[in-house]
Design a protein around this ligand. Structure first.
Ligand SMILES: Cc1cc2nc3c(=O)[nH]c(=O)nc-3n(C[C@H](O)[C@H](O)[C@H](O)COP(=O)(O)OP(=O)(O)OC[C@H]3O[C@@H](n4cnc5c(N)ncnc54)[C@H](O)[C@@H]3O)c2cc1C
Length: 274
């Protein structure tokens, strides 16, 4: 049988053959695939959108599990508490953002255009343009490979930081200990965005940092800014093939930040948190 090439599963279109390949389309199939590979002592690579992975031409000798679960369920929706939506791990992130903006679910519009799956977003606390998913995630349901049991984390238990979370910090045999099954978001209802925290985005929207704008304008401007930097992945355009940024932004103390030139792009955060 022809082996599955990781190049077909990654946004860089690079990567050699998988030892074994399983496509898991439901939560039960994900658990079953992970359990089986772990019980056999095989190395495991979970791949979702393949947009944050660089795989060598030698490929991966163990089991590659493609997280392909789809869809979401609205558990609650009211003007007071907003929307509680539980999203399957394999569901495309930008499709969720697009749906949210169209249905006046506020809070994730500045995260438009980030490729990959919803289940991967809490792993590195995906973020851009002054927003990140820790601001709206209520809970993450996972499969704990060490305890062979389902484990649900609340927002505070996820220990979110800048491009970081407990899900990124913990591994078993070289791959994530906790395999994300679903992510629950709590999103306020309304056509207005969350406050704009990024100067470049605020400028392009014609608002001050800290003000709100219409969420669909925010999505449009974020997609435009990202496209101008080659940061919107497009299967039809090989020039956009990449794994995004290879660096994270430096974090500097306030006294150092105060000496930066006005033109330096920066996001200000309180010393104590996000
Ligand atoms: C053009 C471009 C722009 C980007 N812009 C941004 C940006 O603005 N901000 C940002 O934060 N990132 C950005 N990224 C990086 C990337 O899109 C995100 O990190 C995204 O969340 C990765 O999702 P994925 O489904 O593609 O993950 P994959 O690449 O499939 O996996 C990434 C890692 O997460 C693990 N993983 C995947 N799914 C699961 C799961 N269900 N449970 C546990 N672990 C899992 C994998 O094992 C792997 O270690 C960009 C990438 C590209 C190509």
């Amino acid at each position: 049988m022809t082996p599955t090439l990781l190049s077909a599963l990654t946004t860089s279109a690079v990567g050699g053959p998988a030892g074994k390949f399983v496509a898991a389309r439901t939560e039960a199939e994900i658990i079953e695939a992970v359990r089986t590979a772990d019980a056999a002592g095989e190395q495991v690579l979970t791949v979702s959108g393949g947009s944050n992975l660089l795989v060598s031409d030698d490929g991966f000798p163990g089991t590659v599990i493609k997280i392909a679960s789809q869809g979401f369920t609205v558990n609650a929706e009211d003007s007071c508490g907003g929307v509680a939506v539980v999203v399957q791990a394999g569901h495309n992130w930008d499709k969720l953002v697009e749906h949210a903006v169209r249905h006046a679910w506020s809070g994730i519009e500045a995260l438009s255009g980030i490729p990959g799956s919803t289940g991967a977003t809490p792993v590195q606390n995906v973020g851009a343009y002054g927003a990140d998913v820790s601001q709206t995630i209520a809970a993450v349901r996972t499969w704990d490979r060490e305890r062979n049991a389902v484990q649900t984390f609340t927002n505070s238990e996820l220990k979110f930081g800048y491009r970081d979370s407990i899900l990124k910090q913990t591994t078993v045999n070289g791959s994530p200990r906790y395999v994300v099954l679903t992510v629950e978001f709590q999103l306020p209802l309304g056509r207005m965005s969350a406050p704009i925290r990024y100067a470049e985005l605020a400028r392009s929207l014609g608002v001050e940092v800290g003000q709100r704008a219409y969420a669909n304008d925010v999505r449009r401007e974020v997609l435009r800014l990202r496209a101008s930097k080659g940061m919107v992945w497009d299967a039809a355009d090989r020039d956009t093939y990449s794994t995004g940024s290879f660096f994270t932004n430096p974090i500097v103390a306030v006294d150092v930040a105060d000496k930066l030139p006005e033109s330096a792009p920066a996001t200000r955060r309180a010393r104590t948190g996000w």
